[in-house]
Design a protein around this ligand. Structure first.
Ligand code: GDP
Ligand code: MG
Length: 167
């Protein structure tokens, strides 16, 4: 079986941006229109000689009630089923969001058999890196929270080092 990294999290935290960075090509659909169904996208990448599949989740209809309960549950279940490692992405710029709590709750319920890393994205400034503290209240993730910028790529090397240690 291929080693698989699943990226989960609420809309707009930067899942597709991270996906594109990890696979090195623009394979995910980045559509900011609301009401558009976003399916999961699969891409392929490698790090230090280890090859992996990346799943960009988010197969719910943005702007509908589906983004809550059912959408989250479905996204998490599919990610847990298919993933070797789960990256739970949050947005350091926006801060802790109620939907982050919902994801954390569902991940805690279904994800206890897979390694989950909590990843603070949009760490583009020292100020944002400092805002990571409040996310520890989510009570999920192995070790420290990784802080990355999917846009610039900073921090993604350290994250990948940790991820591929499970492969
Ligand atoms: P998704 O809905 O979780 O897939 O999020 P997207 O990847 O579509 O990103 C949502 C928005 O956040 C877009 O405008 C991205 O350009 C922006 N974004 C993603 N990563 C970063 C980052 O590291 N820093 C900053 N400043 N913006 C980011
Ligand atoms: Mg997306």
């Amino acid at each position: 079986m291929t080693n698989t990294i699943a990226i989960v999290g609420r809309p707009n935290v930067g899942k597709s941006t991270l996906f594109n960075r990890l696979v090195g090509e623009r394979k995910a659909i980045m559509d900011n229109q609301s009401g558009v169904t976003r399916d999961r996208h699969y891409g392929y990448g490698d790090w230090t000689g280890k090859y992996f599949t990346v799943i960009d989740t988010g197969g719910y209809v943005v702007g509908s009630d589906d983004v809550f309960e059912e959408g989250i549950r479905r996204q998490v279940k599919l990610a847990i089923d298919e993933a070797t490692v789960v990256l739970f992405l949050v947005d350091l710029d926006a801060g802790l969001h109620p939907l982050d709590e919902e994801f954390a709750e569902v991940l805690r319920r279904y994800g206890n058999k897979k390694p989950i890393y909590l990843v603070g994205n949009k760490a583009d400034s020292a100020q944002r890196v400092q805002s990571v503290g409040e996310f520890y209240s989510l009570g999920i993730g192995i070790g420290d929270i990784f802080t990355i910028s999917s846009q610039t790529g900073s921090g993604t090397g350290d994250l990948l080092d940790a991820v591929v240690s499970h492969f």
